[in-house]
Structure formats: C-alpha cells, structure tokens
Write a new protein. Structure first.
Length: 238
C-alpha cells in the first residue's frame, strides 16, 4: 500500500532525506521513530501528496506520486501537526464539510460523523465550536476527521502530541480498531512503549535514511532503546 524507493528531499542546499526505502504492506502497522529533524514529517508530507520528493519514487495503493496524486488522496487519512480544522465551525460541521469533500453520501456521512465522534469521546461536544476546544480535544477531532471516510491508508505524525492519559488511551483503542479493520497505518512517534505495542514493525529514520527496521515480535522496549541509541547516537528517543 505504501512504497518508497530512494526518496530524497533537499531544501535549498540542505538534504533532509537522502534515499529513504520503506514498504508498508496492506493491513500492516509501522511505527517510525527518529530524532527531531530527522525528516519524519517531511517524509509523511511526501506520502500524503503535500510535498514533492526531490528524487526517488513513491506510490500509495499503486498510484505513483506525484503524477497520480489526485487518485491517491482518496485513499489517505492524515493526522499532522496542523489539525486542518475550522475554529468557527462546530465539531460536527467540520466533519460534515470534510465528508462532502471526500464525496461521502449524506446518510453514510451522518452515520460516520456520529460514530467517529463517539470513538474519540467527543460525542457530547459535537455542536461546540472548535475554537473553544483544548489542544487535546482538537487533536482528537483531527483524528476523527482522518478516519471519517474509512481510508485504507492512515498517516499519523505524532498523533499523541497534546493528549492527556485518558485521551491517549482512547486513541490507542481507535487505532487498534482501525488496525483490526485491515487498514494500513504508518505512524511517527517518540513513545517507544506505545509505538511498539501498536505496531507490527518498527523503523528508525536517521540521517536521512531508514537506518533500522525489524518486526515487533523481534523487539523489546529495552532492546529497541539500545538500538535507537546506537543508530542515532542519541541516548533517548526524545
């Protein structure tokens, strides 16, 4: 579902991605770790069709990027550092707007809006303006937006940022359900325990390349932390 080969990205004279190779199969959940500035967000933006690679090839669901970006976008749900929400609309109005953009039929759209708001524990705030939401609530609504059209590919860039413990546990449940539905998930995170608990495979992006990857079954949190330190030269994922 996700295939990146030799992906490069240069900003001016500064190379950020130096040849990223990563494949994520249908229904697979991959957690991508790496230091701040390693290029994780840049890589996800390329996969989400929001940025063009300087070199290499990318495909989502068999669609080549950027040439077939329009077709690929319908397959993708994205949670980024920006919530992409409208503050002067309510939670359900935001979702209704995006549901129309996704081309959802009215009956299906309304049913999904109710379901995803309930899944992220915002059902009671459905009619409230987003500008009244805390950062954590807005993040949960952004996750609801991303899964509204039940996309086969979910791209998550640090989705736990700004969430309290209860909200994080709620997101665990949502992602677990999405994974059980056979969706393909690529998530960047700094949280070793949570990232490993959810994923089928873990990978480390360092110095512009995938420097390590292994199946979850082959790893423990301790062994992965040691590997992370060796690969990145940093003592901590954070």
């Amino acid at each position: 579902m996700i295939e990146a080969k030799g992906v490069k990205k240069v900003f001016g004279l500064r190379p950020v991605l130096r040849g990223v190779d990563l494949t994520v199969g249908p229904g697979e959940f991959v957690s991508l770790f790496g230091p701040n500035g390693a290029g994780k967000t840049t890589f996800l933006r390329i996969l989400a069709t929001l940025s063009r690679p300087t070199g290499g090839s990318v495909s989502i669901g068999g669609y080549a990027l950027p040439r077939q970006a329009q077709s690929a976008r319908g397959l993708i749900g994205l949670v980024s550092h920006q919530t992409l929400l409208y503050g002067d609309l309510s939670a359900e109005e935001n979702l209704r707007f995006f549901g129309r953009m996704y081309g959802m039929q009215p009956a299906e759209r309304e049913a999904r809006i109710e379901a995803v708001l309930r899944a992220v524990n915002l059902g009671r705030r459905a009619g409230d303006l987003v500008r009244t939401f805390s950062r954590g609530m807005a993040q949960r609504l952004a996750i609801a937006r991303a899964i509204l059209h039940d996309p086969p590919v979910l791209l998550l860039d640090e989705p736990y940022t700004g969430l309290d413990q209860a909200s994080a546990e709620s997101l665990d449940a949502v992602l677990g359900e999405v994974a059980r539905r056979g969706r393909t998930i690529l998530m960047t995170t700094h949280d070793i325990e949570r990232g490993l608990a959810l994923a089928d495979r873990a990978a480390i992006l360092s110095r512009g390349v995938i420097a390590f990857q292994a199946a979850r079954a082959e790893l423990t949190a301790l062994s992965f932390a040691h590997t992370y330190a060796e690969v990145t030269g940093m003592a901590s994922v954070r």
